[in-house]
Ligand binder design. Structure first.
Ligand code: UD1
Ligand code: UDP
Length: 376
Protein backbone atom coordinates (compact mmCIF):
# COMPACT_ATOMS: atom_id res chain seq x y z
CA UNK A 1 0.00 0.00 0.00
CA UNK A 2 1.25 3.52 -0.81
CA UNK A 3 1.54 5.30 2.57
CA UNK A 4 2.79 8.56 1.05
CA UNK A 5 0.67 11.61 1.78
CA UNK A 6 -0.20 14.03 -0.99
CA UNK A 7 0.41 17.74 -0.39
CA UNK A 8 -0.96 20.29 -2.87
CA UNK A 9 0.85 23.65 -2.91
CA UNK A 10 -1.37 26.42 -4.30
CA UNK A 11 0.30 29.45 -5.92
CA UNK A 12 -1.40 32.45 -7.53
CA UNK A 13 0.63 35.65 -7.59
CA UNK A 14 4.27 36.72 -7.70
CA UNK A 15 4.77 36.94 -3.92
CA UNK A 16 3.13 33.52 -3.40
CA UNK A 17 5.44 32.04 -6.04
CA UNK A 18 8.51 33.57 -4.36
CA UNK A 19 7.46 32.44 -0.89
CA UNK A 20 6.22 28.95 -1.89
CA UNK A 21 8.99 28.00 -4.36
CA UNK A 22 11.57 27.14 -1.67
CA UNK A 23 8.86 25.22 0.21
CA UNK A 24 8.09 23.11 -2.87
CA UNK A 25 11.81 22.29 -3.13
CA UNK A 26 11.97 21.43 0.60
CA UNK A 27 8.87 19.20 0.42
CA UNK A 28 10.29 17.36 -2.58
CA UNK A 29 13.32 16.34 -0.52
CA UNK A 30 10.94 13.98 1.32
CA UNK A 31 9.57 12.25 -1.76
CA UNK A 32 9.61 8.89 0.05
CA UNK A 33 6.91 10.18 2.44
CA UNK A 34 5.30 13.06 0.62
CA UNK A 35 3.97 13.44 -2.88
CA UNK A 36 4.08 17.17 -3.62
CA UNK A 37 1.98 18.66 -6.38
CA UNK A 38 1.92 22.32 -7.39
CA UNK A 39 -1.26 24.06 -8.51
CA UNK A 40 -0.61 27.38 -10.24
CA UNK A 41 -3.85 29.33 -10.44
CA UNK A 42 -1.98 31.97 -12.49
CA UNK A 43 -3.90 34.81 -10.86
CA UNK A 44 -0.68 36.44 -12.07
CA UNK A 45 0.42 35.06 -15.41
CA UNK A 46 3.88 36.28 -16.36
CA UNK A 47 5.07 37.38 -12.93
CA UNK A 48 4.35 34.01 -11.30
CA UNK A 49 5.70 32.08 -14.33
CA UNK A 50 9.02 33.96 -14.12
CA UNK A 51 9.51 33.01 -10.48
CA UNK A 52 8.70 29.33 -10.95
CA UNK A 53 11.06 29.16 -13.93
CA UNK A 54 13.83 30.70 -11.81
CA UNK A 55 13.37 27.96 -9.20
CA UNK A 56 13.02 25.22 -11.84
CA UNK A 57 9.44 24.37 -10.86
CA UNK A 58 7.00 23.17 -13.53
CA UNK A 59 3.44 23.31 -12.14
CA UNK A 60 1.44 20.08 -12.20
CA UNK A 61 -1.72 22.08 -12.84
CA UNK A 62 -2.00 25.49 -14.46
CA UNK A 63 -5.49 26.97 -14.09
CA UNK A 64 -4.61 30.04 -16.19
CA UNK A 65 -7.31 32.22 -14.61
CA UNK A 66 -5.79 35.70 -15.17
CA UNK A 67 -7.64 38.16 -17.36
CA UNK A 68 -6.50 41.70 -18.07
CA UNK A 69 -7.78 44.15 -15.44
CA UNK A 70 -9.62 41.40 -13.53
CA UNK A 71 -12.00 42.33 -10.72
CA UNK A 72 -12.11 40.68 -7.30
CA UNK A 73 -15.44 39.11 -8.29
CA UNK A 74 -14.08 37.62 -11.53
CA UNK A 75 -10.98 36.25 -9.84
CA UNK A 76 -12.94 34.73 -6.96
CA UNK A 77 -15.55 33.12 -9.22
CA UNK A 78 -13.00 31.63 -11.63
CA UNK A 79 -10.85 30.32 -8.79
CA UNK A 80 -13.53 28.51 -6.82
CA UNK A 81 -14.77 26.39 -9.74
CA UNK A 82 -11.33 25.63 -11.18
CA UNK A 83 -9.93 24.69 -7.77
CA UNK A 84 -12.87 22.41 -7.07
CA UNK A 85 -12.12 20.48 -10.28
CA UNK A 86 -8.44 20.01 -9.53
CA UNK A 87 -8.89 19.16 -5.82
CA UNK A 88 -11.56 16.59 -6.70
CA UNK A 89 -9.26 15.02 -9.30
CA UNK A 90 -6.09 15.03 -7.15
CA UNK A 91 -7.65 14.30 -3.72
CA UNK A 92 -4.75 15.85 -1.73
CA UNK A 93 -4.34 14.99 1.96
CA UNK A 94 -3.46 18.62 2.63
CA UNK A 95 -3.60 21.91 0.77
CA UNK A 96 -0.98 24.57 1.52
CA UNK A 97 -1.79 28.22 0.83
CA UNK A 98 0.36 31.28 1.48
CA UNK A 99 -0.31 34.84 2.57
CA UNK A 100 -3.42 36.89 1.83
CA UNK A 101 -4.35 37.03 -1.85
CA UNK A 102 -7.61 35.97 -3.45
CA UNK A 103 -5.91 32.70 -4.45
CA UNK A 104 -5.00 32.17 -0.78
CA UNK A 105 -8.46 32.55 0.66
CA UNK A 106 -10.32 30.80 -2.17
CA UNK A 107 -7.70 28.03 -2.11
CA UNK A 108 -8.48 27.51 1.57
CA UNK A 109 -12.26 27.82 1.11
CA UNK A 110 -12.40 25.29 -1.73
CA UNK A 111 -10.35 22.84 0.36
CA UNK A 112 -12.71 23.33 3.31
CA UNK A 113 -15.75 22.61 1.10
CA UNK A 114 -14.12 19.27 0.27
CA UNK A 115 -13.01 18.70 3.91
CA UNK A 116 -9.35 18.75 2.95
CA UNK A 117 -7.06 20.02 5.76
CA UNK A 118 -5.44 23.42 5.10
CA UNK A 119 -1.99 24.64 6.09
CA UNK A 120 -1.50 28.42 6.03
CA UNK A 121 2.02 29.72 5.39
CA UNK A 122 2.70 33.27 6.66
CA UNK A 123 -0.25 33.16 9.05
CA UNK A 124 -1.17 35.73 11.67
CA UNK A 125 -0.21 39.03 9.99
CA UNK A 126 -2.70 41.67 11.07
CA UNK A 127 -3.36 45.41 10.95
CA UNK A 128 -6.82 44.89 12.51
CA UNK A 129 -8.22 47.36 9.97
CA UNK A 130 -10.43 45.51 7.47
CA UNK A 131 -9.80 48.14 4.76
CA UNK A 132 -5.99 48.33 5.17
CA UNK A 133 -4.66 46.54 3.28
CA UNK A 134 -7.71 45.85 1.14
CA UNK A 135 -8.78 43.11 0.56
CA UNK A 136 -5.79 41.33 2.12
CA UNK A 137 -6.63 41.88 5.80
CA UNK A 138 -9.91 39.99 5.43
CA UNK A 139 -8.41 37.39 3.09
CA UNK A 140 -5.91 36.37 5.76
CA UNK A 141 -8.39 36.50 8.63
CA UNK A 142 -10.80 34.24 6.72
CA UNK A 143 -7.91 31.93 5.83
CA UNK A 144 -6.99 31.66 9.52
CA UNK A 145 -10.58 30.61 10.30
CA UNK A 146 -10.37 27.87 7.67
CA UNK A 147 -6.85 26.62 8.36
CA UNK A 148 -5.95 23.52 10.38
CA UNK A 149 -2.22 24.27 10.60
CA UNK A 150 -0.83 27.80 10.96
CA UNK A 151 2.75 28.79 10.16
CA UNK A 152 3.27 32.33 11.49
CA UNK A 153 6.63 33.88 10.57
CA UNK A 154 7.23 35.64 13.91
CA UNK A 155 6.18 35.58 17.57
CA UNK A 156 4.06 38.70 16.96
CA UNK A 157 2.09 36.86 14.28
CA UNK A 158 1.72 33.80 16.54
CA UNK A 159 0.39 36.00 19.37
CA UNK A 160 -2.19 37.51 17.01
CA UNK A 161 -3.49 34.03 16.19
CA UNK A 162 -3.60 32.96 19.83
CA UNK A 163 -5.47 36.16 20.72
CA UNK A 164 -8.11 35.13 18.17
CA UNK A 165 -8.55 31.77 19.89
CA UNK A 166 -6.57 29.57 17.50
CA UNK A 167 -5.55 26.28 19.16
CA UNK A 168 -1.85 26.70 20.15
CA UNK A 169 -1.17 23.06 19.22
CA UNK A 170 -1.81 23.95 15.58
CA UNK A 171 0.50 27.00 15.52
CA UNK A 172 4.19 26.67 14.58
CA UNK A 173 6.47 29.72 14.34
CA UNK A 174 8.78 29.12 11.40
CA UNK A 175 10.21 32.42 10.11
CA UNK A 176 9.13 33.74 6.74
CA UNK A 177 9.89 31.58 3.71
CA UNK A 178 10.78 34.77 1.79
CA UNK A 179 14.16 34.74 3.55
CA UNK A 180 14.71 31.15 2.32
CA UNK A 181 13.92 32.42 -1.20
CA UNK A 182 16.20 35.44 -0.82
CA UNK A 183 19.15 33.33 0.34
CA UNK A 184 18.51 30.88 -2.51
CA UNK A 185 18.77 33.73 -5.02
CA UNK A 186 21.68 35.53 -3.31
CA UNK A 187 23.62 32.26 -3.44
CA UNK A 188 23.40 32.15 -7.22
CA UNK A 189 26.38 33.26 -9.25
CA UNK A 190 25.43 36.22 -11.37
CA UNK A 191 27.04 38.88 -13.46
CA UNK A 192 25.82 41.88 -11.47
CA UNK A 193 26.37 44.41 -14.28
CA UNK A 194 24.35 42.38 -16.76
CA UNK A 195 21.53 42.04 -14.26
CA UNK A 196 20.86 45.71 -13.76
CA UNK A 197 18.55 47.38 -16.22
CA UNK A 198 19.87 49.68 -18.93
CA UNK A 199 19.23 53.32 -18.30
CA UNK A 200 19.86 54.41 -14.74
CA UNK A 201 23.22 56.10 -14.19
CA UNK A 202 25.30 53.92 -11.84
CA UNK A 203 27.02 57.00 -10.36
CA UNK A 204 23.76 58.37 -8.98
CA UNK A 205 21.95 57.40 -5.78
CA UNK A 206 19.07 55.14 -6.79
CA UNK A 207 15.72 55.30 -5.11
CA UNK A 208 14.03 52.01 -6.01
CA UNK A 209 10.24 52.21 -5.89
CA UNK A 210 7.40 49.67 -6.05
CA UNK A 211 3.69 50.26 -5.46
CA UNK A 212 0.58 48.28 -6.24
CA UNK A 213 -1.80 48.25 -3.25
CA UNK A 214 -5.46 48.79 -4.04
CA UNK A 215 -5.91 51.31 -1.21
CA UNK A 216 -3.18 53.44 -2.88
CA UNK A 217 -4.84 53.53 -6.33
CA UNK A 218 -5.82 57.02 -7.50
CA UNK A 219 -5.01 60.05 -5.30
CA UNK A 220 -2.54 58.31 -2.91
CA UNK A 221 -0.47 56.99 -5.83
CA UNK A 222 -0.65 60.41 -7.47
CA UNK A 223 0.81 62.02 -4.37
CA UNK A 224 3.50 59.31 -4.21
CA UNK A 225 4.45 60.11 -7.83
CA UNK A 226 4.51 63.86 -7.06
CA UNK A 227 6.84 63.14 -4.12
CA UNK A 228 9.20 61.23 -6.43
CA UNK A 229 9.25 64.17 -8.86
CA UNK A 230 9.96 66.59 -6.02
CA UNK A 231 12.83 64.44 -4.74
CA UNK A 232 14.24 64.22 -8.26
CA UNK A 233 14.13 68.04 -8.53
CA UNK A 234 15.64 68.57 -5.09
CA UNK A 235 18.63 66.19 -5.51
CA UNK A 236 20.48 66.24 -8.82
CA UNK A 237 22.43 63.07 -7.93
CA UNK A 238 19.25 61.02 -7.37
CA UNK A 239 17.66 58.69 -9.91
CA UNK A 240 14.31 56.99 -9.36
CA UNK A 241 14.19 53.38 -10.64
CA UNK A 242 10.64 52.07 -10.65
CA UNK A 243 9.62 48.59 -11.92
CA UNK A 244 5.94 49.28 -12.47
CA UNK A 245 3.38 46.64 -11.48
CA UNK A 246 1.36 45.59 -14.58
CA UNK A 247 -2.02 46.28 -12.97
CA UNK A 248 -3.72 48.76 -15.33
CA UNK A 249 -5.00 50.78 -12.35
CA UNK A 250 -1.39 51.39 -11.31
CA UNK A 251 -0.14 52.20 -14.81
CA UNK A 252 -2.88 54.71 -15.56
CA UNK A 253 -1.28 56.92 -12.87
CA UNK A 254 2.43 56.23 -13.41
CA UNK A 255 2.13 56.66 -17.19
CA UNK A 256 0.58 60.11 -16.86
CA UNK A 257 2.80 61.46 -14.07
CA UNK A 258 6.19 59.78 -14.49
CA UNK A 259 6.62 58.40 -18.01
CA UNK A 260 9.44 60.01 -20.01
CA UNK A 261 10.61 62.20 -17.12
CA UNK A 262 14.33 62.81 -16.71
CA UNK A 263 16.04 60.72 -13.98
CA UNK A 264 12.86 58.69 -13.51
CA UNK A 265 13.41 55.24 -15.03
CA UNK A 266 10.17 53.28 -15.36
CA UNK A 267 10.78 49.63 -16.21
CA UNK A 268 8.80 46.42 -16.54
CA UNK A 269 8.67 44.20 -13.41
CA UNK A 270 11.99 42.43 -13.05
CA UNK A 271 12.33 38.73 -12.50
CA UNK A 272 13.16 37.95 -8.88
CA UNK A 273 16.90 37.42 -9.41
CA UNK A 274 17.31 40.79 -11.09
CA UNK A 275 15.06 42.56 -8.61
CA UNK A 276 17.11 41.31 -5.64
CA UNK A 277 20.20 42.71 -7.33
CA UNK A 278 18.39 45.97 -7.99
CA UNK A 279 17.52 46.21 -4.28
CA UNK A 280 21.18 45.57 -3.47
CA UNK A 281 22.23 48.40 -5.78
CA UNK A 282 19.66 50.83 -4.33
CA UNK A 283 20.46 53.64 -1.93
CA UNK A 284 16.94 53.70 -0.56
CA UNK A 285 13.68 51.76 -1.12
CA UNK A 286 10.24 53.35 -1.20
CA UNK A 287 7.50 50.72 -1.36
CA UNK A 288 4.06 49.51 -0.34
CA UNK A 289 5.08 45.89 -0.94
CA UNK A 290 4.92 43.35 1.86
CA UNK A 291 7.74 41.19 0.53
CA UNK A 292 10.13 44.08 -0.03
CA UNK A 293 9.67 45.17 3.62
CA UNK A 294 10.72 41.68 4.68
CA UNK A 295 13.70 41.32 2.35
CA UNK A 296 15.32 44.75 2.62
CA UNK A 297 16.46 44.45 6.27
CA UNK A 298 18.49 41.37 5.26
CA UNK A 299 20.20 43.47 2.61
CA UNK A 300 20.80 46.41 4.97
CA UNK A 301 18.72 48.81 2.85
CA UNK A 302 16.52 51.50 4.45
CA UNK A 303 12.84 51.25 3.52
CA UNK A 304 10.17 53.96 3.58
CA UNK A 305 6.77 52.25 3.54
CA UNK A 306 4.14 54.26 1.65
CA UNK A 307 1.17 52.93 3.58
CA UNK A 308 -0.89 54.08 6.56
CA UNK A 309 -0.61 50.78 8.42
CA UNK A 310 1.66 47.78 8.30
CA UNK A 311 1.11 44.22 9.46
CA UNK A 312 4.90 43.85 9.63
CA UNK A 313 5.91 45.87 12.72
CA UNK A 314 9.13 43.98 13.47
CA UNK A 315 11.49 45.94 11.17
CA UNK A 316 9.79 49.22 12.11
CA UNK A 317 10.61 48.47 15.76
CA UNK A 318 14.16 47.53 14.78
CA UNK A 319 14.50 50.90 13.01
CA UNK A 320 15.29 49.79 9.46
CA UNK A 321 11.79 50.35 8.06
CA UNK A 322 9.76 53.53 8.54
CA UNK A 323 6.04 53.93 7.91
CA UNK A 324 5.61 57.28 6.14
CA UNK A 325 2.07 57.21 4.71
CA UNK A 326 1.21 58.50 1.24
CA UNK A 327 1.22 62.31 1.67
CA UNK A 328 3.68 64.02 -0.68
CA UNK A 329 5.16 66.27 2.04
CA UNK A 330 5.72 63.36 4.45
CA UNK A 331 7.45 61.20 1.83
CA UNK A 332 9.71 64.08 0.73
CA UNK A 333 10.57 64.99 4.34
CA UNK A 334 11.46 61.43 5.36
CA UNK A 335 13.42 60.65 2.18
CA UNK A 336 15.29 63.97 2.46
CA UNK A 337 16.28 63.17 6.04
CA UNK A 338 18.04 60.05 4.72
CA UNK A 339 19.47 61.71 1.61
CA UNK A 340 20.84 64.68 3.64
CA UNK A 341 22.30 62.96 6.68
CA UNK A 342 24.82 60.16 6.52
CA UNK A 343 24.31 59.33 10.19
CA UNK A 344 20.50 59.14 9.84
CA UNK A 345 21.05 56.92 6.79
CA UNK A 346 23.56 54.64 8.55
CA UNK A 347 21.16 54.10 11.47
CA UNK A 348 18.69 52.49 9.07
CA UNK A 349 21.18 50.19 7.34
CA UNK A 350 21.76 47.63 10.07
CA UNK A 351 21.53 44.16 8.54
CA UNK A 352 19.20 41.91 10.47
CA UNK A 353 16.55 39.28 9.88
CA UNK A 354 13.48 39.83 12.06
CA UNK A 355 11.47 37.82 9.53
CA UNK A 356 13.54 34.67 9.30
CA UNK A 357 16.86 32.86 9.16
CA UNK A 358 16.44 31.09 5.82
CA UNK A 359 15.24 27.83 7.49
CA UNK A 360 11.47 28.41 7.50
CA UNK A 361 10.76 25.79 4.82
CA UNK A 362 12.44 22.83 6.55
CA UNK A 363 10.57 23.78 9.75
CA UNK A 364 7.23 23.75 7.92
CA UNK A 365 8.03 20.37 6.36
CA UNK A 366 8.99 18.93 9.77
CA UNK A 367 5.69 20.14 11.29
CA UNK A 368 3.71 18.53 8.50
CA UNK A 369 5.64 15.26 8.77
CA UNK A 370 5.29 15.09 12.54
CA UNK A 371 1.54 15.82 12.30
CA UNK A 372 1.28 12.63 10.25
CA UNK A 373 3.79 10.73 12.42
CA UNK A 374 6.07 10.45 9.41
CA UNK A 375 9.24 12.04 10.81
CA UNK A 376 12.46 10.15 11.43
C1 UD1 B 1 -2.48 40.84 -6.24
C2 UD1 B 1 -3.03 40.54 -4.83
C3 UD1 B 1 -2.26 41.31 -3.77
C4 UD1 B 1 -0.77 41.07 -3.91
C5 UD1 B 1 -0.34 41.41 -5.32
C6 UD1 B 1 1.13 41.10 -5.51
C7 UD1 B 1 -5.42 40.08 -4.61
C8 UD1 B 1 -6.78 40.66 -4.50
N1 UD1 B 1 -4.42 40.95 -4.76
O1 UD1 B 1 -2.77 42.20 -6.53
O2 UD1 B 1 -2.68 40.89 -2.47
O3 UD1 B 1 -0.09 41.90 -2.97
O4 UD1 B 1 -1.09 40.61 -6.25
O5 UD1 B 1 1.64 41.70 -6.66
O6 UD1 B 1 -5.26 38.88 -4.57
N2 UD1 B 1 -1.13 41.51 -14.45
C9 UD1 B 1 -0.46 41.20 -15.62
N3 UD1 B 1 0.52 40.27 -15.59
C10 UD1 B 1 0.90 39.63 -14.46
C11 UD1 B 1 0.24 39.95 -13.27
C12 UD1 B 1 -0.78 40.89 -13.28
O7 UD1 B 1 -0.76 41.76 -16.67
O8 UD1 B 1 1.82 38.79 -14.50
C13 UD1 B 1 -2.20 42.52 -14.48
C14 UD1 B 1 -3.50 41.97 -15.12
O9 UD1 B 1 -4.12 43.00 -15.85
C15 UD1 B 1 -4.33 41.62 -13.87
C16 UD1 B 1 -3.94 42.75 -12.96
O10 UD1 B 1 -2.52 42.93 -13.15
O11 UD1 B 1 -5.71 41.56 -14.13
C17 UD1 B 1 -4.27 42.61 -11.51
O12 UD1 B 1 -3.87 41.38 -10.96
P1 UD1 B 1 -4.55 40.90 -9.55
O13 UD1 B 1 -3.87 39.65 -9.10
O14 UD1 B 1 -6.02 40.90 -9.65
O15 UD1 B 1 -4.22 42.08 -8.54
P2 UD1 B 1 -2.85 42.70 -8.05
O16 UD1 B 1 -3.08 44.17 -7.94
O17 UD1 B 1 -1.75 42.18 -8.86
N1 UDP C 1 9.70 41.73 -6.88
C1 UDP C 1 10.22 41.21 -8.06
N2 UDP C 1 10.32 42.02 -9.16
C2 UDP C 1 9.91 43.32 -9.13
C3 UDP C 1 9.34 43.83 -7.93
C4 UDP C 1 9.24 43.00 -6.83
O1 UDP C 1 10.62 40.04 -8.11
O2 UDP C 1 10.03 44.01 -10.17
C5 UDP C 1 9.61 40.84 -5.70
C6 UDP C 1 10.09 41.37 -4.37
O3 UDP C 1 11.46 41.11 -4.17
C7 UDP C 1 9.22 40.65 -3.36
C8 UDP C 1 7.93 40.37 -4.13
O4 UDP C 1 8.21 40.61 -5.50
O5 UDP C 1 9.74 39.38 -3.00
C9 UDP C 1 6.85 41.28 -3.65
O6 UDP C 1 5.75 41.19 -4.49
P1 UDP C 1 4.62 42.29 -4.53
O7 UDP C 1 5.16 43.60 -4.07
O8 UDP C 1 4.03 42.21 -5.89
O9 UDP C 1 3.55 41.73 -3.50
P2 UDP C 1 3.38 41.85 -1.91
O10 UDP C 1 4.62 41.34 -1.25
O11 UDP C 1 3.10 43.29 -1.58
O12 UDP C 1 2.17 41.01 -1.63
Amino acid sequence: MNSRRKVAVVIGTRPEAIKMAPLVLALRKHADKLETITILTAQHRKMADDVLALFGIVPDHDLDIMTHGQSLFQTTARLITRLQEVYVREKPDMVLVQGDTTTTFVGALAAHYLRIPVGHVEAGLRTRDKHNPFPEEMNRRITSCLADLHFPPTDTARDALLAEGVDPATVHVTGNTVIDALFHVLGRKTDQDALLPDGPDPDRRWIVVTSHRRENWGPPLESICEALLELRDKYDDVEVVYPVHPNPRVRETTDILLKGKERITLIEPLDYLRFVHLMNAAHLLITDSGGVQEEAPSLGKPVLVIRRKTERPEAVTAGTVKLVGTEQADIVREASALLDSDSAYQKMTRRHNPYGDGRACPRIVQSILSGWNLEG
